[in-house]
Ligand binder design. Structure first.
Ligand SMILES: [Zn+2]
Length: 344
């Protein structure tokens, strides 16, 4: 009896000690987790990047050294609100030959930025308009080189209103009779109030809404709104044919992040990335594309696709697991950026 009492007391003391220890230690544990979680997230992101997404990892997980120019300032890079626009860079630094990537998918981008044509039975959809100085040579010139009729273009869809993707928007609107120009609602607002839009300000036209399907006969692009990189960023889901077989593509319209934003920004960006990751998975996308070639290696892959032997798989086709890993990279890096910028 006495022995049992003693062991009960010992058990009680032990439980109380453990409980107190947990209470006392937990803030320290939390602090420890916080101080190591940036490194933990970077490690996880690097693993997820694998062989497919090293460029995305480097750009989103590694902040530029102090004093380096902001990486996400395409407007500033072309003058923007401050200063006069510098002239276009030397052509040999950006010009890329066009490439037929799949049966009805064509790369019309520069070495740095992507633009695409998707050909359908009743017209063509162009994604992105590049910098103003590149649009004529790459989009019109590229389509002509590939034997595509520029007058068949029914829609030009802009992922977002930054000069490196929509500088050629006015040119395309002016030169293609009857074309519809599509932006997300908030990015149309940005275009409409802009006073020095690089390449000129396009006239307000069609708003791309979440779930909208834009079709040209047997080809179509489904819109996924993805506020984050800009408030009106649009991403896309579409299917092309490759060697006669369907190839499903998830296309992310805005990827780069600032490293000095507030928690709300990062949370919105991460929520959008999760939304698109789910949409891509539900769609069964086995390819992931972006609009900067550094994120998806598009310039290299496009020409590899165009020059492969018959029957060789499309280099953009990486499988659903690798597509999912892309979104893990983006979300882990954005979470690390949030912790660095806000301390939590
Ligand atoms: Zn941008």
């Amino acid at each position: 009896m006495k022995k049992e009492n003693h062991s009960n007391i010992r058990r009680f003391v032990w439980i109380a000690f453990v409980a107190l220890a947990i209470i006392a230690v937990s803030p320290a544990v939390r602090a420890q987790t916080l101080s190591t979680s940036v490194d933990g997230l970077l490690g996880a992101a690097k693993n997820a990047a694998g062989l497919e997404w090293p460029g995305t990892f480097l750009r989103l997980c590694i902040p530029p050294p102090p004093g380096a120019p902001a990486p996400t300032a395409p407007a500033a890079a072309r003058g923007g609100a401050r200063g006069t626009p510098p002239g276009p860079p030397a052509r040999e630094t950006w010009y890329a030959e066009p490439a037929k990537v799949a049966d009805n998918l064509y790369f019309l981008g520069t070495k740095i930025h992507s633009a695409w044509a998707i050909a359908g039975s009743e017209g063509t959809i162009v994604l992105e308009a590049l910098y103003d100085y590149a649009a004529q040579d790459e989009i019109f010139g590229g389509m002509r080189k590939l034997g595509l009729d520029t007058r068949r273009v029914k829609y030009v869809i802009l992922s977002h209103a930054h000069a490196d993707h929509d500088g050629g928007a006015k040119l395309l609107q002016d030169e293609i009779p009857g074309v519809r120009l599509v932006y997300g609602a908030a990015d149309w607002d940005a275009v409409d109030i802009s006073t020095n839009h690089a390449g000129g300000k396009p006239k307000h036209d069609m708003v791309g809404k979440d779930g909208m399907k834009i079709s040209v006969g047997d080809a179509s692009v489904q819109i996924v709104t993805m506020p984050g990189h800009t408030p009106g960023t649009l991403s896309f889901l579409f299917e092309v044919r490759d060697n006669g077989k369907p190839l499903r593509i998830a296309y992310v319209g805005g990827t780069a992040i600032p490293f000095n934003a507030n928690a709300e920004y990062y949370e919105g960006y991460i929520a959008s990335s999760k939304k698109m990751a789910k949409a891509a998975a539900d769609y069964g996308a086995t390819a992931l594309m972006s609009n900067h070639t550094e994120f998806d290696n598009a310039f290299f892959k496009a020409h590899t696709a165009a020059n492969r032997k018959a029957g060789v798989a499309n280099p953009f086709e990486v499988g659903t697991a690798a597509v999912a890993r892309y979104f893990t990279v983006v979300q882990d890096c954005a979470t690390a950026a949030r912790i660095r910028a806000t301390g939590r």
